[in-house]
Design a binder for this molecule. Structure first.
Ligand code: GLU
Length: 472
């Protein structure tokens, strides 16, 4: 997957912001302040290999906006990581948090490595050293900057980060809140692993449930029977596809950089994922058709296309060939600014990344709150609520003379677990943000949901600066 040198995710994000700013009356100085990255930290550090050789690795942490603190955003391990990419991803985090009303500024970090080329001991050394570099410059901490997983990292790396951070700050009672996406045993939260995919599901479900929007795309309302192609079956793609298919959509294509599977009868996502884990790809998968050029599958016929891999996938080169009616951006920055113009002209609805993949940071926010309060959600009130419902049910039974069935009783009495509360908070966040964004789109008479999302985010960030009296 070659990266085009003239492409800059950060420039694309700035161009989207400029489009949105045309609909607002912001002071030009304020707009400029909002767009720029507040702090950029780039560092090199050595890695000693087991054979005695050394490598110099380059790491980044970029804090895009300090209008709210802490700043928040993932850490990416990929050979594509460079300053432009991290700047763009950090900026997207700012707008994403503002759009879904999560009180963080945006940040992003990364190391320019291909993590598959390193063994677990090397990855642990790299991650701990990266964390120590952030600590040295105060670029990490529960009140300062709170990283999370991103492409190429997961709960394991987050566990190394929190362990390193705590070793340096044993007196800090809130130290666990220095990073989110941790394993449950390390004070993570139930539901964080699947959160981004779950949010993608809620977001797409919301979009396809607006009858008039679906009619104008020539589609019926609802998820049932909708044909879906997913690019990338990593954490985000896998859970998005799983929840969409469980709700009645049909996954007819899964594309990866090393080949895809096409099956109009519908793909069994868990089965395909298991095969991929064992065989490192889809070649030889016994069902459906193997498509050698995975990227080409983005242009196949479907209702909903979900790019869930990396940025810069739908570009000026393939945008005109896209046949999907809806593009759900589960990845960050998969559609370039130039491509978006072509797609909007064709009448394609794009559900933008800054909204659609916000489920991850939303549940990260819940994890951070849990770490600060040092109590899991539901722990205090669960039994109390159950007792209250039990009493309420007996009162109803006495008044009506009729008894609830065993199933009714179980469903009504069940108190909320941490997972139930996380899912409910996530659903509320995604539903509200979609309705806000779509309302702005209609009020302003614009096509692009992305522009509407940026208008909303910009308004909220601008208010923070104006209330500080920095800008008029
Ligand atoms: N890396 C994820 C994102 O791009 C999650 C960030 C977070 O939880 O802080 O949204």
């Amino acid at each position: 997957m070659a990266k085009k040198t003239n492409y800059s995710l950060f420039d694309d994000v700035c161009a989207f912001v400029d489009d949105a700013a045309k609909h607002l009356d912001l002071h030009p100085g304020l707009l400029d302040q909002i767009k720029q990255c507040n702090s950029i930290y780039k560092f090199n550090f050595p890695l000693r290999n087991d054979d005695g050789t050394y490598e110099t690795l380059t790491g980044y942490r970029i804090q895009h906006s300090h209008h709210k603190l802490p700043v928040k955003g993932g850490i990416r391990y990929s050979e594509h990581v460079d300053e432009e990419e991290v700047k763009g991803l950090a900026a997207l985090m700012t707008y994403k948090c503002a759009l879904v009303n999560i009180p963080f500024g945006g940040a992003k970090g990364g190391i320019s490595i291909d993590p598959t080329k390193y063994n677990i001991n090397q990855l642990e050394r790299i991650t701990r050293r990266y964390t120590a570099e952030l600590i040295k410059k105060k670029f990490i901490g529960p009140a300062i900057d709170v990283p999370a997983p991103d492409y190429g990292t997961g709960a394991r790396e987050m566990a190394w980060i929190v362990d390193t951070f705590e070793a340096f700050s044993p007196e800090l009672i809130n130290a666990k809140g220095c990073v989110t996406g941790k394993p449950l045993s390390q004070h993570g939260i139930d539901g964080r692993t699947e959160a981004t995919g779950q949010g993608v599901f809620y977001g797409i479900r919301e979009a396809v449930n607006v009858d008039e929007d679906m009619k104008s795309l020539g589609l019926t309302k609802g998820l049932r029977g909708k044909k879906v192609i997913v690019q990338g079956l990593g954490n985000v793609g896998y859970y998005s596809a799983k929840y969409l298919s469980e709700a009645g959509a049909k996954i007819i294509g899964v594309a990866e950089w090393n080949g895809g599977i096409w099956d109009e009868a519908g793909i069994h996502i868990e089965d395909l994922k298991n095969y991929q884990l064992k065989n490192k790809g889809y070649k030889g998968y016994p069902r459906g058709e193997f498509i050698k050029n995975g990227k080409e599958m983005l242009t196949y016929e479907c209702d909903i296309l979900i790019p869930a891999a990396l940025e810069n996938q739908i570009t000026i080169e393939n945008a005109a060939l896209i046949k999907a009616k809806i593009i759900g951006e589960a990845a960050n920055g998969p559609v370039t600014e130039e491509a978006e113009k072509i797609l909007l002209d064709k009448g394609v609805m794009i559900i933008p990344d800054m909204y659609l993949n916000a489920g991850g940071v939303t549940v990260s926010y819940f994890e951070w709150l849990k770490n600060l309060s040092r109590v899991s959600f539901g722990k205090l009130e669960k039994r109390y609520d159950m007792e209250k419902y039990r009493k309420l049910m007996s009162t109803i039974e006495n008044a009506t003379g009729e008894e609830f069935t065993e199933e009714e009783r179980d469903a009504l009495i069940k108190g909320a677990s941490e997972r139930d509360l996380v899912l409910s908070g996530l659903e509320e966040t995604m539903v509200t943000a979609y309705q806000d964004m779509n309302r702005i789109r209609k009020e302003k008479g614009i096509e692009s949901l992305r522009t509407a999302g940026f208008i909303l985010a910009l308004e909220r960030i601008a208010v923070s600066y104006m209330d500080l009296g920095i800008f008029p």
